[in-house]
Structures are given as structure tokens and as C-alpha cells.
Design a protein around this ligand. Structure first.
Ligand SMILES: Cc1cc2nc3c(=O)[nH]c(=O)nc-3n(C[C@H](O)[C@H](O)[C@H](O)COP(=O)(O)OP(=O)(O)OC[C@H]3O[C@@H](n4cnc5c(N)ncnc54)[C@H](O)[C@@H]3O)c2cc1C
Length: 449
């Protein structure tokens, strides 16, 4: 093979997708994957796009944004989604897969592609020349160091302590109220007030809730100042009331009294569709988070667009560093993709790889670089992570709250489906306008498994 034109580092969900998008456009790719020469703490095999935990790529219906994202990716000839469809196992409305069939299909497609050269080695430094970096949440320390040197230590994070995010229109504002502590800064926060009895019941439920065990490699996280609420609750019944749930400086406007405790929600997007729960990072299981957090007055019917988690994660401050094309602002031939750009989840990571692959190809072919429209699931996610006005950046899942509102009377599921249909029209129009999706040089159906 002649000299590769693009180096892709990391053959996970994002890197595999990026390599495929380049190769199908006739571009020579060098794909560098360190496994099995060097393993991460979570991967077990040498296959590409290994699913390190759940075998589900989550919901596949139009009432969720991640379902719409998959539809958009199918239209963009995604290798990851085509392989998932091929390896599908029954799981109701979710797209769950036989994880071995899924990863083998992706590995075979790339190994057999004439435009892809594979190197099994750890990349210890970011190379010069056109590169897509897709080494994921468990990027090897040597490469992390190289990235650190390039972008500066304040722009690279090594773990997530994520608090849940709630859809604003699902908060009961006849119970919650808008205010800032001591009236400073306007009525910026949504405040959910609690009586002493409600607080005690809540703390007991947090202590009793089922938790996800941290991996051994994630344990040092606590010492870095992101204590989960259940750990605070375990340390004493009043720890939360003196911590993130302290009521000082707030009075409930209807009674004029200071509540016993308060949960504060801070605006998370410029359209004020989303609010995050301040200081509520948690390792409770997802079902228990939904159950326990709905005990909070005002959140009884809350829709959680993202649930809380704490895990090791290498990601960059994308709002400050990246263009919406996923290029580094200071080096236009270096693209970042996957979980490290601050998207959260298998499908979201693959979608970032897909966009980086298209844009690296466009840059090589002297074509305009592209950004998907904000009405789409992929476009709204990319707009969120690269919004340069954002402070305190934390990773994000695809969700309907990121898309521009649809000014119609419908609510709930009906409205979401209409937003999903708008997203698919927008992606079709975009694909046609930008002439994305040239004829494939090799189809997945040609791959021998
Ligand atoms: C423990 C854990 C569990 C998770 N569980 C889920 C889940 O259940 N559901 C979900 O949706 N998301 C989950 N995630 C989040 C995330 O979606 C996945 O981690 C996803 O795989 C990220 O895709 P990626 O392509 O960015 O990274 P990865 O899929 O991790 O791919 C990165 C690749 O880069 C390679 N690599 C790293 N450093 C180097 C180097 N220096 N040189 C060469 N290769 C290198 C790695 O070996 C790996 O193959 C989990 C994350 C972690 C850490």
C-alpha cells in the first residue's frame, strides 16, 4: 500500500467508524490499535469496537434522541450501526447485540478493506500529518501525556463526576421556585424545597439505594473532590444538608420560610431546556436514581435526559479547544473524536468518529468541511459540546433537550416523534446539499466473517 493519507489512533467505536468513513471515500488509512500488545483496564479482547460493558446500544425508536441518532447514522452508512443491526439480539425497543459478532464484523470489515492498513502498537505521541485521535476514555498514559503537552493540562480531564440533568418542562414549578442564594445574580436556579421529614426520608433512600461498584482503577477519583451524594449521606444524616442541599440564603416564596433543605438545579443550555442537579454526582444504579430522585419535591415526574455517574474518562474541554468540525482550533489537521470530545455512550462516540472521518476526508479532498444541522441528533450534540460560551463542561448524551424547540402544541411522546421526523428530514436535506455519502468502495455485505 502507498503511504497512508490519514492516521487514525484507536480502533474503538469512534476510530473504527472514522477509518471506515475515510476508506469508503477512497482514502488510505493507517489505523493504530494498541490491543492486544497493550490492554486498557476495561477491554478484554483484541477486537475492534469492543463493548466494554453493556451489550446494548440503547433505544432504537423515534421517541428517543439516541434512536434518531442511529437512524441518521444508518443514512450516513455507519459501519458501527450496520454491524449492530447485523449482530442484533432480541431486546424489545433497544438495539442490543451479540458483542462478539458485533466486534468481529467491524474488525473483519476494516481488516479486509483495501484502503486500510492496521498497526497493532501503542501510539505514544500524536503524530504530525492528518490524524484522527480516538483513543477513548481509557487513553494510554503516554498518549495522554502527549495530548496534555499539546493542549495544556487545564484542558484535559481524567474522570467524570456527572450529576443528572432534568428536562425543564418536567419540573413541577407549583412546588419548585426560581431564585439565587441571597438573591444574588437574579432568579437563576430552580430550587426544590424539602421539609425535615422529606429530607430524612430522602437521605434514608439514598443510603439504601443500589450502587454501581467502582472499578479498582477508578477508586482514586474520590480523593479528587467529587464525592457522590450517597457517600455524603453515609457519612452522617446532616452531611447533605450542610453540603449540596444547604438551604442558606433561600426562602420559599409561598410561605416566606427557609426550607429545611434544598436541591438546586442550574441551567445547562442556552435555550433553558435542561437543568443539572448541582452537586448531585452519584453512583446509584440508573433505576434507583430515577426512583430516589423523584422523591424530591417538584421532581416527582422529572424526565432525566442524563443520569449521574462517576467513572474514569479522558476527555478534553471541547468548547474551548474544538471547532464544530471536530478539528483542534490550533491545528487544523488534527481531529478529535469519540468519548474524548465529551460525548457519552457507544453510539454518541461512534457518531463523533463518523463526523471526524467525513471531515478529514473533505479536508484532504479540498472540499468544504461540514457541520450537521442543529435540528439533527448528531448536529445538536456536536453543537452542545463545541458551544464556546459553555463553562464547567461535562460530557453529554444525545437527547431531545439539545435540539431547537418545535413550536407546536403537542407534548410528550407525540412531540418527540415530530422532532425526530424533523431531524431525519434535516439530515436527508444535509446529505444531499453537502453531497455526503459517495458510492461505497466496499459494502458491509461483502465482508467475509
Ligand atoms: C468501564 C466503562 C464502561 C462503559 N460502559 C458503557 C456502556 O455500558 N454503555 C455505553 O453506551 N457507554 C459505556 N461507556 C462509555 C463509552 O461509550 C465507551 O467507553 C465507548 O467505547 C467509547 O468509544 P471510543 O471509541 O471513544 O473509545 P473506545 O471504544 O474505548 O476505543 C478507544 C480505543 O483506543 C485504544 N487506545 C487507547 N490508547 C491507545 C494508544 N495510545 N495507542 C493505540 N490505541 C490506543 C483502546 O485500546 C481502544 O480500543 C463505558 C466506558 C467505560 C470506561
Amino acid at each position: 500500500m502507498n503511504e497512508p493519507q490519514v492516521t487514525v489512533i484507536g480502533a474503538g467505536l469512534a476510530g473504527s467508524e472514522a477509518a471506515w468513513q475515510l476508506a469508503r471515500r477512497g482514502i488510505r488509512v493507517r489505523l493504530i490499535e494498541m490491543r492486544p500488545v497493550k490492554m486498557t483496564e476495561a477491554h478484554r479482547t483484541s477486537d475492534f469496537a469492543e463493548l466494554v460493558c453493556s451489550n446494548s446500544l440503547r433505544n432504537d425508536s423515534m421517541d428517543t434522541a439516541v434512536g434518531v441518532l442511529k437512524q441518521e447514522m444508518r443514512r450516513l452508512d455507519s459501519l458501527v450501526i450496520a454491524s449492530a443491526d447485523r449482530a442484533r439480539v432480541p431486546a424489545g425497543s433497544a438495539l442490543a447485540v451479540d458483542r462478539n459478532d458485533f466486534s468481529r464484523s467491524i474488525t473483519a470489515a476494516l481488516e479486509q478493506h483495501p484502503m486500510v492498513e492496521i498497526a497493532r502498537a501503542e501510539a505514544c505521541a500524536i503524530p504530525s500529518g492528518m490524524t484522527i485521535l480516538a483513543t477513548g476514555p481509557l487513553t494510554s498514559p503516554a498518549l495522554g501525556e502527549s495530548l496534555n503537552n499539546l493542549i495544556g493540562p487545564r484542558n484535559l480531564y481524567f474522570y467524570d463526576a456527572i450529576a443528572p440533568i432534568v428536562a425543564a418542562d418536567s419540573v413541577d414549578m407549583s412546588v419548585a421556585f426560581m431564585a439565587s442564594r441571597y438573591g444574588k445574580g437574579g432568579d437563576d436556579y430552580i430550587n426544590c424545597p424539602m421539609t425535615e421529614a422529606q429530607y430524612e426520608a430522602f437521605v434514608a433512600a439514598v443510603v439504601a439505594a443500589e450502587k454501581i461498584e467502582l472499578h479498582a482503577f477508578e477508586k482514586p477519583v474520590y480523593f479528587e473532590g467529587c464525592m457522590p451524594i450517597e457517600e455524603m449521606a453515609r457519612r452522617g444524616p446532616m452531611t447533605l444538608a450542610f453540603g449540596p442541599m444547604r438551604p442558606v440564603g433561600l426562602s420559599e416564596p409561598r410561605s416566606g420560610h427557609r426550607p429545611f433543605a434544598v436541591v438546586q438545579l442550574r441551567q445547562d443550555d442556552s435555550a433553558a431546556h435542561l437543568y443539572n442537579m448541582v452537586g448531585f454526582q452519584t453512583k446509584m444504579t440508573y433505576p434507583d436514581q430515577r426512583r430516589v430522585l423523584r422523591m424530591i419535591p417538584g421532581l416527582e415526574h422529572a424526565e432525566f435526559v442524563r443520569l449521574g455517574s462517576i467513572h474514569r474518562n479522558t476527555f478534553v474541554d471541547s468548547p474551548r479547544l474544538l471547532l464544530p468540525t471536530l478539528q483542534l482550533k490550533t491545528r487544523d489537521d488534527l481531529f478529535l473524536s469519540g468519548q474524548m470530545v465529551g460525548v457519552e455512550g457507544y453510539v454518541e462516540s461512534a457518531s463523533a468518529g463518523l463526523l471526524a472521518g467525513i471531515n478529514a476526508a473533505n479536508l484532504l479532498m479540498n472540499r468544504e468541511l461540514v457541520v450537521p444541522p442543529p435540528e439533527t441528533a448528531i448536529g445538536s450534540l456536536i453543537a452542545y459540546i463545541t458551544d464556546s460560551t459553555r463553562r464547567d463542561f461535562q460530557p453529554m448524551n444525545a437527547n431531545y433537550g439539545l435540539m431547537p424547540d418545535l413550536k407546536i402544541r403537542a407534548r410528550g411522546r407525540e412531540k418527540k416523534i415530530q422532532m425526530g421526523n424533523r431531524a431525519l428530514s434535516a439530515i436527508d436535506e444535509w446529505i444531499q446539499r453537502e453531497q455526503i455519502g459517495p458510492p461505497a468502495s466496499m459494502a458491509l455485505s461483502e465482508v467475509r466473517l
